[in-house]
Design a protein around this ligand. Structure first.
Ligand code: ADP
Ligand code: MG
Length: 587
């Protein structure tokens, strides 16, 4: 008996589960589904973002709906249009073998007539944002006076967004004897109030530690001066060629501004905030889901709950006002058992906020340095070499080979390689050569604590030719190295995994051991190569960062990402075009 079966799900749902590729129920599913199936009860479930809450209420709800009836029996309220659509899509997949099931999404910014028409056909389940829901009730378009189940999803966020009155209004249109299921990542006072006011002795389940972020996320901060925020952001992106990230800003205006600058500087970036039209938001979200956008610059509200797996980095361009919000932000990465990194760009005056967040999430931050220009060049160079190695040969070239051979005649292999690499690299190098150190001087002054502090000159950085594509993340690579070298927990640090290679540091005393250990070292028949990295710590004085440098090398995502990217940007002209298009759409 599969684990899902033992939760009490019916056969048609189990087939859908198998189609979705879910092997085992998540913790919140394991706890919530049997309760919801067996009892007619109210429920408060607290679980982090990304723990599978949609299925935790979705499966039981679908199973309990009477498909033969066309009456609206279930109402799901969720804070944003994006979430509304996401839940609806997901629920439609769950119920794909439930013939006659009709699940309709209603949300603001889209045609109310279309939505009304869909409702009229008979929707057993309605997924709605509070504002539009209220509107449709007022106009008599939707009838929720006979619902049996009301689900409040992301309740904390709905209340954050000021939907308390709307929710109260909506609930007053529902029958008293229904079950209310409340799902939330956190339990602030307002949520407790709702639970008390509108629910009857709800059962409670909590998954994981309340309010703490996932431990698969590494938290890092970078101290810069306020005016260097943007150049610092660029360097963080450039130092992580395969980055797939959400960049959080505090205001819509900053969000828009940062996204525009990134696009202008040649990055695959997009903005997501409440001032965009629905259509623009859809375009951006679709491009992000397809990984055509590598850096989604977003406000907290617009990005809340968005379920995109594989986000490698969350970048806090500015810290949020509320610590709680930081937890939500960093929860965008490190999902589905993968590891992730949450980076914070801070000024010295904001450092005490880092301490406060650490206490809240019960996890330490690593203080990191913004990579120097030389370090970035090195990373990009290896990345480029790997891209060349992995590039699928295009046989269409065959016919032109004799002519190409003629052109390149007399250039030996070594020189040819240098030239090929230079095509891409020189532009990069010219930009970063002689850029200054962006790190705010005289250290952070925040802590003297041991573990993460290492003397700069006693520390050696290494390059190793394995990375994420070999299944490593910073944690597992650190474990691997410590294990092979017989070193202690803190001896290997600053582990940075890239797509096909990585970097790490140790104190200088271990250098002979490391070079010796990896001088002739194979894993699965493959040589593992470790070299001392050439990049010195920190940059040098000189030009200011900023300004444009590249126009087409943003299709850099590792692995399978590249193919899809090319269709989006399509090289030089494509880049220009898409930039123009998106810019013009902003206003
Ligand atoms: P939450 O609402 O808690 O933030 P979601 O319901 O959006 O989380 O689920 C996050 C992701 O995990 C979705 O892509 C979903 O399809 C996937 N997922 C949910 N349950 C399972 C499961 N049991 N096994 C594998 N993946 C799952
Ligand atoms: Mg959710």
């Amino acid at each position: 008996m599969s684990k899902f079966e033992s939760l009490g799900l019916q056969e048609s749902l189990l087939v859908a589960v198998a189609d979705l590729g879910f092997e085992n129920p998540s913790e919140v599913q394991e706890k919530a589904i049997p309760i919801l199936l067996e009892d007619e009860t109210d429920l408060v479930a607290l679980a982090q973002t990304g723990t599978g809450k949609t299925a935790a209420f979705g499966f039981p709800l679908i199973q309990k709906i009477d498909i033969a009836s066309r009456t609206t029996q279930g109402l799901i309220l969720s804070p944003t249009r994006e979430l509304c659509l996401q839940i609806t899509n997901e629920m439609q997949l769950y119920s794909k073998y439930e013939k006659g099931m009709n699940i309709v999404a209603i949300y603001g910014g889209a045609s109310i007539t279309d939505q009304a028409r869909q409702i009229k056909k008979g929707a057993q389940i309605v997924v709605a944002t509070p504002g539009r829901m209220k509107d449709m009730i007022r106009r008599g378009i939707v009838d929720i006076t006979k619902i049996d189940y009301c689900i409040l999803d992301e309740a904390d966020e709905m209340l954050n967004m000021g939907f308390f009155e709307d929710i109260k209004d909506i609930l007053s249109n529902t029958p008293k004897e229904k079950s209310t299921w409340l799902f939330s990542a956190t339990m602030p006072k307002e949520v407790a109030t709702i639970a008390k006011k509108f629910m009857h002795s709800p059962k409670e389940i909590t998954v994981g530690a309340k309010n703490s972020g996932a431990t698969t996320v590494q938290h890092e901060y970078y101290v810069v001066s306020g005016r260097d925020r943007y150049p610092a952001l660029k360097r963080l992106a450039d130092a992580n060629p395969g980055i797939f990230s959400v960049v959080f800003c505090r205001t819509k205006r900053d969000t828009q501004k940062v996204a525009e600058k990134l696009i202008e500087d040649g990055y695959n970036a997009g903005a997501l905030h409440g001032d965009l039209s629905q259509n623009q938001r859809d375009l951006v979200m679709n491009a992000f889901r397809k990984k055509q956008i590598q850096m989604l610059v977003a406000t907290d509200v617009a990005a809340r709950g968005i379920d995109v797996d594989d986000i490698t980095h969350v970048i806090n361009y500015q810290l949020p006002d509320e610590i709680e919000t930081y937890t939500h932000r960093s929860g965008r990465t490190g999902r589905a058992g993968k590891s992730g990194i949450s980076m914070v760009i801070v000024t010295r005056s904001e450092l005490r906020k880092i301490n406060a967040i650490e206490r809240k999430i019960k996890q330490d931050f690593l203080e990191k340095k913004i990579p120097s220009g030389i370090e970035i060049c090195e990373i990009q160079l290896y990345h480029l070499a790997n891209n060349i190695k992995d590039t699928k040969v295009n046989d269409e070239i065959d016919g032109y080979l004799p002519a190409i051979n003629d052109v390149l005649d007399g250039i030996d292999r070594e020189e040819l390689i240098k030239k090929i690499v230079s095509v891409e690299f020189t532009r990069f190098f010219n930009y970063y050569n002689k850029t200054r150190d962006l790190n705010s001087s005289d250290g952070s002054g925040r802590r003297e604590r041991g573990a993460t502090e290492h003397p700069k000159d006693g520390s050696v950085r290494y390059f190793i030719n394995v990375g994420e594509r070999d299944g490593y993340d910073w944690m597992s690579l650190k474990d691997f190295l410590r294990d092979k070298l017989g070193l202690d927990k803190d001896d290997v640090y600053k582990v940075d995994t890239k797509d096909s290679f990585s970097f790490f540091n140790t104190d200088a005393q271990f250098t002979p051991l490391i070079l010796e250990t990896f001088s002739d070292f194979k894993v699965d028949g493959r040589f593992i190569n470790v070299e001392v990295s050439k990049s010195p710590g920190g940059g040098r004085g000189g030009n200011r960062g900023g300004g444009r440098r590249r126009d087409r090398d943003r299709n850099r995502g590792g692995g399978g990402r590249r193919d899809r990217n090319t269709s989006f940007k399509g090289g030089k002209s494509g880049s220009k075009k898409s930039k123009g298009k998106r810019n013009s759409g902003f206003y």
